[in-house]
Design a protein around this ligand. Structure first.
Ligand SMILES: [Fe+2]
Length: 421
């Protein structure tokens, strides 16, 4: 706790005096030893209408749609993203443009907090499997040029990064962001980053989100490549800001299915909302629609059904039978602050046809000791404690799941065979 607070103070201080400096990459430094000052040196100051805190958000059709978002310190009048399949070059901008459909102030509940403003450009009609360049512009102030890649229309030849619990341990959060960037840098098949929730400690505090958003810039590759983020809501992400950051309707967009082409689906659930009622009805309809249509069917949510540290989420009696019924391939969990891969589980028992549950959050938060003696964590399952992301490599026959640690090594390397559909 003391360390977390120290990290927070250091990061806040450095953030206020930061300047543009040479880039930091995960492959040429020992991340564990990297000092906070160099970690934050790349972040864009929130000042005037300078576009900062950029992110690309996927929640539905990742082959054809994306929301491109950023923040400014001043409200500004006109916010536009220029985008296209051809780079605008050093001084230019890509040919297409989209004015932001949604602009507003991040909700502030504490006194004396400097306001900031969100801007969301919802772009549709993109071509699958295509590199899109983009430049952000707020009242004439332009960002550098970035790019991202849309998901393919079909096929499984790509990699997804998943990680959760970046809520505290700010220096380590920065280091893990660099590790995420390096995963994408070293392998162009990495297509997106799914976050399992608990971005910050107190979801109603803008100053915490401000820091998270600035630090999220570190996941951008040095050549400008941005990994789209697929968000999940954690129990620490209460309040309105989560929805403002990710351009989600608070009442209607608490769960969503992101199609990574027609063959891979990631169903995102909300363990902060009741499992029964509308969420259960939606989940059953989605799984029924998706199975057997997709080759790989994944679920992500924050609180684990088969935890390595805490007790199971109260959602387990409703979610797990549906996962079993529709033969979900893997469940991505967070919240426990540890690493675990369960044995395959069906109907509450070890079963070779069952579902593997992996997690549970290591994007900077202090790691906890696991209950390694739980039946689903031994005799084929495993658990441990270290900062990590999970890397999921898809192909038509297999799903390879690796836990990548801060130093780039793999703690676990497990392959799941495709089901007979
Ligand atoms: Fe949590």
């Amino acid at each position: 706790m003391k360390n977390n607070r120290a990290n927070w103070i250091i990061a806040s201080l450095v953030l206020s005096v930061m300047s543009m400096a040479s880039a930091v990459a995960a492959n040429d430094v020992d991340l564990a030893k990297l000092d906070v000052k160099s970690l934050v040196a790349k972040m864009t100051p929130l000042k005037g209408t300078t576009p900062a805190q950029w992110r690309v958000i996927w929640t539905e059709d990742a082959s054809r749609e994306a929301t491109i978002s950023w923040s400014t310190a001043e409200l500004g009048k006109k916010h536009v993203v220029y985008y296209g399949t051809k780079s605008g070059g050093k001084e230019g901008k890509p040919a297409l443009s989209q004015e932001c459909q949604s602009n507003g102030i991040y909700t502030i509940t504490q006194p004396k907090i400097t306001p900031a403003y969100y801007h969301h450009a919802r772009i549709k009609g993109l071509k699958p499997n295509t590199r899109y360049y983009f430049v952000l512009e707020s009242d004439g102030e332009r960002s550098r040029e970035f790019y991202f890649r849309t998901a393919p229309a079909e096929g499984t030849d790509f990699t997804l990064i998943h990680g959760g619990d970046s809520r505290s341990g700010h220096a380590n959060r920065c280091r893990m962001n660099l590790r995420i960037a390096e995963q994408a840098n070293s392998d162009s098949k990495v297509i997106a980053f799914a976050h399992g929730g608990d971005y910050i400690v107190t979801g109603s505090k803008w100053e915490q989100w401000r820091l998270w958003l600035s630090q999220h810039e570190l996941t951008t590759q040095e050549d400008g490549r941005v990994l789209p983020i697929i968000p999940t809501k954690g129990n620490h992400d209460g309040g309105k800001i989560y929805f403002e950051v990710f351009d989600l309707e608070e009442k209607t967009k608490r769960w969503h299915t992101t199609m990574l082409g027609k063959d891979v689906a990631l169903v995102t659930l909300d363990t902060n909302s009741p499992a029964g009622g509308p969420q259960e009805e939606w989940l059953e309809a989605e799984l029924k629609r998706l199975r057997p249509a997709v080759r790989w069917l994944l679920v992500q949510y924050h609180r684990p059904m088969y935890p390595a540290v805490k007790g199971p989420a109260r959602h387990a009696p409703i979610f797990c039978p549906l996962f079993d019924k529709y033969n979900v391939d893997i469940a991505l969990e967070s919240d426990g602050h540890c690493m675990k891969r369960t044995v395959p589980i069906r109907n509450g028992k070890k079963d070779p046809t069952g579902i593997i549950y992996v997690g549970e959050g290591g994007l900077g938060v202090g790691q906890r000791k696991t209950h390694a003696d739980r039946w689903y964590l031994k005799d084929g399952g495993k658990s441990g404690s270290a900062h990590h992301v999970m890397r999921l490599d898809f192909n038509p026959d297999e799903l390879r799941v690796r836990f990548i640690l801060m130093d780039g090594s793999a703690w676990d390397d497990h392959t799941i065979k495709a089901r007979d559909l």
